[in-house]
Ligand binder design. Structure first.
Ligand SMILES: [Zn+2]
Length: 132
């Protein structure tokens, strides 16, 4: 493999890892909030936990929506915990690392599931320890 092909492969892995990581990061925040509260992970769609207004598409862009809105609900102005931003960033980093090290092989699917499961469980555990 020439150096140019190798470099292109790394950029593609980086891009796919970042995009998929952001999407899975948003999914991980939802899991870590809803699973310990025994809420459905399908319905209702994502909404503000203060005013219950459904989130608009522009409110659902992982990491960027939190940064653009300054960590506040765009409808009621309630503060949105920084935990969402942190979870999305850590998940993105984990997924990007998985794609960089494993590439486009079936094993990357197991790694992505592992990243999401691990971050979800750690987040739930930290939240439970803070309540006790
Ligand atoms: Zn709100």
């Amino acid at each position: 493999m020439t150096n140019d092909l190798l470099l292109n492969e790394i950029w593609v892995r980086l891009f796919v890892g970042l995009v998929l990581g952001l999407i899975l990061g948003s999914f991980t925040t939802m899991l870590s909030y809803r699973v310990p509260r025994r809420l459905s992970i399908i319905h209702p769609p994502s909404h503000c936990t203060h005013c219950h207004t459904p989130l608009r598409p522009r409110d659902l862009i992982p990491v960027f929506s939190w940064l653009i809105e300054g960590g506040k609900c765009s409808h009621c102005g309630a503060l949105i915990s920084v935990r969402y931003l942190i979870i999305e960033l850590i998940t993105t980093a984990g997924c990007t690392a998985a794609f960089l090290f494993i590439g486009f092989r079936p094993a990357v699917i197991a790694a992505l599931i592992g990243v999401v499961a691990l971050i979800t469980l750690v987040t739930i555990n930290i939240e439970r320890n803070q309540q006790n």
